[in-house]
Design a protein around this ligand. Structure first.
Ligand SMILES: [Zn+2]
Length: 105
């Protein structure tokens, strides 16, 4: 029985998943029920894929995610454009291999 670590917002006891439904490739709606029989609270929640940490080796071209490095998503203005978007706006520019590090100045 999955819980996703979610607790009942009323009595703080663990809540378990009763059912779920895929809304999109990155969003799932979930119905939870509190494990405390004296409480009995049931509620809905959404589980959403918000950003990528390591890119997929077999990416779905329909899935566009922000790039992040940890648990929280970066602010939108901090997110660079994905490199695979470059082909849509013009010819690809070949990247030169990285050279040795040199001191600037
Ligand atoms: Zn409860």
């Amino acid at each position: 029985m999955a819980t996703y670590g979610l607790r009942c917002p009323h009595c703080t006891q663990p809540a378990s998943v009763r059912s779920s439904r895929a809304e999109t490739e990155t969003l799932r709606s979930i119905i939870f029920r509190c494990s405390n029989l004296l409480c009995g609270f049931t509620f809905g929640a959404d589980l959403q894929v918000t950003h990528q940490i390591t890119p997929s080796a077999i990416p779905n071209p329909l899935v566009r995610l922000r790039i992040g490095t940890g648990r929280s998503a970066p602010r939108p203005r901090e997110v660079p454009e994905p490199a695979n978007d470059e082909a849509a706006s013009g010819p690809a520019v070949p990247l030169s291999p990285p050279g040795p590090l040199t001191a600037m100045g």
